[in-house]
Design a protein around this ligand. Structure first.
Ligand SMILES: [Zn+2]
Length: 204
């Protein structure tokens, strides 16, 4: 799947192009949720995400959380292998109707990427360009803005990985599964609007 994403990139297909609005659910509705969902919600969140990811969407019943540094979505596993990865296993064992990728700023993972540029996801050349701009900004006055932009691009690239899971794609196309992108910023939550192709502030 990494190959197909990279070939998309070579053909000039943007991250936003790969995130069709039909794959996304109503994130505002999800954030306002008070009662338990009939079906499960899978949350992929950063290890140092502020607050409890179980409680982001009202009632924590039927919420499954995967946390790792940088809210990374694993690559889809090779179909020839018998065992799937964690996400595929959760989708197989529980009835999941929504997957939410939760990032945040400031995030140590993003700062680490900006300062050292380790083996972070290079799915999006925009991120690399932003990091280069960050490095030459001696005063670093734009640092918070760059950090936020990189966190957004990084989050979207994780959603693209999900779309490229064969098992997820089948469910998305059938309308049985919906995606959400949520970024916790200093002044509140930002939700990805796939129609407008940008993050919007969430005001309850
Ligand atoms: Zn983090």
């Amino acid at each position: 799947m990494r190959e197909s994403t990279q070939s998309n990139k070579r053909r000039g297909v943007s991250i936003e192009d790969q995130l069709s609005p039909k794959f996304f659910g109503d994130t505002r509705e999800l954030c306002r949720r008070q009662s338990p969902a009939a079906d499960g919600i899978l949350v992929v969140a950063c290890s140092d995400f502020p607050g409890d990811p179980f409680c982001l969407f009202g009632n924590p019943d039927n919420v499954y959380v995967l946390q790792n540094p940088g809210n990374l979505v694993e690559d889809a596993h090779d179909d020839r292998l018998e065992d799937g990865n964690q996400i595929e296993l959760i989708l197989k064992l529980w009835s999941i109707s929504q997957i939410v990728v939760c990032g945040h700023v400031p995030c140590r993972y993003v700062v680490d990427f900006l300062t050292r540029q380790p083996s972070c996801d290079r799915l999006d050349s925009d991120v690399t360009r932003m990091a280069e701009g960050f490095a030459v900004d001696a005063n670093q006055r734009s640092r918070p803005r760059v950090e936020e932009n990189v966190a957004k691009r990084h989050l979207l690239s994780q959603l693209v990985k999900l779309v490229n899971y064969p098992s997820v794609r089948v469910e998305l196309d059938a309308g049985r599964l919906r995606l959400h992108g949520v970024l916790h910023c200093l002044n509140g939550l930002c939700l990805y609007d796939a129609q407008l192709r940008r993050f919007l502030r969430f005001r309850d």
